[in-house]
Design a protein around this ligand. Structure first.
Ligand SMILES: Nc1ncnc2c1ncn2[C@@H]1O[C@H](COP(=O)(O)OP(=O)(O)OP(=O)(O)O)[C@@H](O)[C@H]1O
Ligand SMILES: [Mg+2]
Length: 386
């Protein structure tokens, strides 16, 4: 805020300029001088001034004529002016067109004290106006950010409610159906096969509900910095193979072929549960958005640790949406084709990877598929330990 402010001195006499300059010199003020109205206009176009001190009587353009021109130009019309005049008669001249307070007069010979205090007042005024302007800009920015955050939250609440209601509705329907089949008075009950189907479907929906709530809790933990990691050294390739084995049935049901290449033993220090979550999120996405295309999972060693890649050949993500998908509550709406989700999976994934000192990258082309790559270090930096 204490950056130097500029003031302009205009006088046709060099000695007057030097005397004024000597009087007004301060570390926090930059003084620019002009010997004529024309020269002054050039400087006024180039710089932003807190104040201009104009000699009234100058050959060619007078101080008043210069002020008149300043008043007519947007860039300079608000620069306050102090007229410096040799005769008292000018003091009564009311310079029209300027806001009151933006114009003042000084009489030659100059009273050192009066000059300094008048100039100081204008400099302070300029500074406080500048501070107010900056404050207003900051306030406007934070208001826009706030409105944006509220909009995103509202949209998310509506998506989340919908996502939570879907499994609940499904469970409700299954239970109602089963209930209708039970007639105690008549000794009628659903067949074991039907009961098994109702229970299986309901259990699947309960799992879905649990996963949704777990994601919501994770986001709350991330936001409050309470996501903690239990690091242990383990073989990443074995971990990936385990997760794929567990996921295999689900992928088969989704008619999604899988190809895994993870044979090399790579010891990584990581949180087993959280890295499983990363893999599950990426696999679920490949399955959801991969349009039943081949999903390829690769684990390779890198000079610093390991790299996991998950590739699908599905709908892909548009360039302009690629950076957004790692944000909270963000879904690449343009290509979701009615596929459900909270828009949290990749956000949580990125936070976990960051928490391991790693990185995540996306290569994707619309209509051709996506590859998500995750880099993990053999040993996360000490700053990741909690
Ligand atoms: N493999 C992919 N192919 C195409 N689009 C994808 C892929 N993975 C993610 N996306 C896009 O990125 C968005 C964000 O993904 P993210 O996993 O964070 O959320 P989601 O899958 O919508 O919901 P969930 O919270 O259930 O994971 C998705 O909505 C989708 O638009
Ligand atoms: Mg997802």
């Amino acid at each position: 805020m204490n950056s130097r402010v500029k003031i302009l001195l205009v006088d046709d006499l060099k000695d007057n300029l030097l005397a004024l300059e000597g009087l007004l010199r301060r570390d926090d003020v930059e003084i620019l001088k002009a010997r004529s109205g024309t020269e002054a206009l050039g400087l006024l176009m180039e710089h932003e001034f807190a104040l201009a001190l104009l000699d009234v009587q100058m050959p060619g353009m007078s101080g008043f004529e210069l002020a008149e021109l300043m008043r007519g130009t947007n860039k300079t019309k608000n620069v306050p002016i102090i007229f410096v005049s040799a005769t008292a008669k000018h003091q009564s001249f009311l310079f029209k067109g300027y806001e009151s307070g933006a114009v003042d007069y000084l009489l030659k010979p100059l009273d050192t004290h009066a000059v300094k205090s008048k100039v100081n007042i204008f400099i302070e005024l300029y500074r406080s106006q500048r501070e107010q302007k900056e404050l207003l800009t900051k306030l406007t920015i934070s208001q826009t950010e706030l409105e944006q955050a509220v909009r995103i939250r509202d949209e998310f609440m509506s998506i989340a409610s919908h996502e939570l209601l879907t499994p609940i509705t499904s469970i409700k329907m299954q239970l109602q159906m089963a209930r209708r089949g039970v007639k105690p008075d008549e000794g009628i009950a659903p067949t074991p096969a039907m009961l098994a189907r109702v229970l299986d479907l309901s259990i699947t929906q309960v799992y879905r509900l649990t996963a949704l709530i777990r994601d919501l809790l994770d986001v709350t933990r991330i936001e409050s910095g309470k996501l903690t990691y239990n690091f242990e050294a383990l073989d990443l390739a074995a971990l990936v193979n385990e997760v794929i084995d567990r996921f295999f049935e689900q992928m088969k049901e989704a008619e999604c072929p899988v190809e895994v290449s993870a044979s090399e033993k790579i010891i990584i220090t990581c949180d087993r549960f959280r890295i499983e979550q990363v893999l599950i999120n990426l696999l679920t996405n490949a399955m959801k958005y991969g349009a039943k295309s081949l999903v390829q999972i690769k684990v390779i060693s890198s000079p610093t640790g390991a790299e996991i890649s998950v590739t699908d050949h599905g709908m892909g993500i548009a360039k302009e949406e690629q950076a957004k998908v790692f944000d909270r509550f963000e879904r690449a709406v343009s290509n979701n084709n009615g596929i459900s989700g909270l828009g949290l999976g990749l956000y949580i994934t990125k936070q976990i990877v960051d928490g391991h000192g790693g990185w995540i990258a996306l290569e994707s082309e619309i209509g051709r598929g996506s590859t998500f790559k995750v880099g993990l270090l053999n040993t996360p930096p000490a700053s990741c330990e909690n």
